[in-house]
Design a protein around this ligand. Structure first.
Ligand SMILES: [Zn+2]
Length: 193
């Protein structure tokens, strides 16, 4: 969280001319009530734009390792960086726009892929600061792929329905994390075009 704050404190004003305000991290177990409603640990990590809080259940990291086969500290960092990316979208007004458009899978996928790309932008920053170990980027890319809609659908229902995707395919999620990571440039994260 400290590294993410350092990153966006610099990048958001310099690349998007928007002032950074930090989100609040809420750690929970079992269940929690947020401005976005009631959530259980089964929900997984999420960001609530209404209260600008990032909700994280540490049990998810165990799930990430065991169910999603994406172990490693940087796989976990990717998950937090993705949710932090939603906070950046909230500060930019992007979340508002998508919410006003109503339920729309195409916009939802664009929003999620952009959060992956922003997670990559942070990865670029962290690498420049010498915070990454060998293999870290691969851990993040593996995690981004593992939480792709097609991977989850294959595992939970045995078949894939692309029209029902809300987060993007494994291929797309890995691609957008990589785009952000290689460029360190928010402008490369134009998933809505
Ligand atoms: Zn998300």
């Amino acid at each position: 969280m400290g590294s993410l704050e350092d990153c966006w404190k610099q990048i958001l004003p310099s690349q998007a001319h928007v002032q950074f305000k930090p989100p609040t991290l809420v750690l929970f177990a079992n269940q929690i009530s947020s401005a976005c409603g009631y959530a259980s640990a089964a929900t997984g990590p999420f960001y609530c734009p209404g209260d600008r809080k990032l909700y994280l259940d540490f049990g998810f990291f165990e799930e990430l390792r065991r169910e999603f086969k994406a172990p490693g500290d940087f796989a976990q960092a990717y998950v937090i960086a993705h949710e932090f990316g939603h906070h950046i979208q909230n500060l930019l007004g992007t979340m508002d726009k998508v919410q006003r458009a109503g339920n729309n899978n195409r916009l939802s996928v664009a929003l999620e892929l952009q959060a992956d790309c922003y997670a990559g932008v942070w990865g670029n920053f962290a690498q420049k600061q010498g915070r990454l170990d060998p293999g870290d980027v691969d851990e993040a890319i593996r995690a981004a792929g593992a939480v792709g809609d097609d991977m989850i659908q294959k595992r939970t229902q045995g078949y894939v329905v692309p029209d029902s995707f809300t987060h993007g395919s494994a291929q797309q999620r890995m691609q957008y994390f990589t785009t952000g990571f290689k460029s360190g440039d928010m402008k490369q994260c134009q998933t809505f075009k």
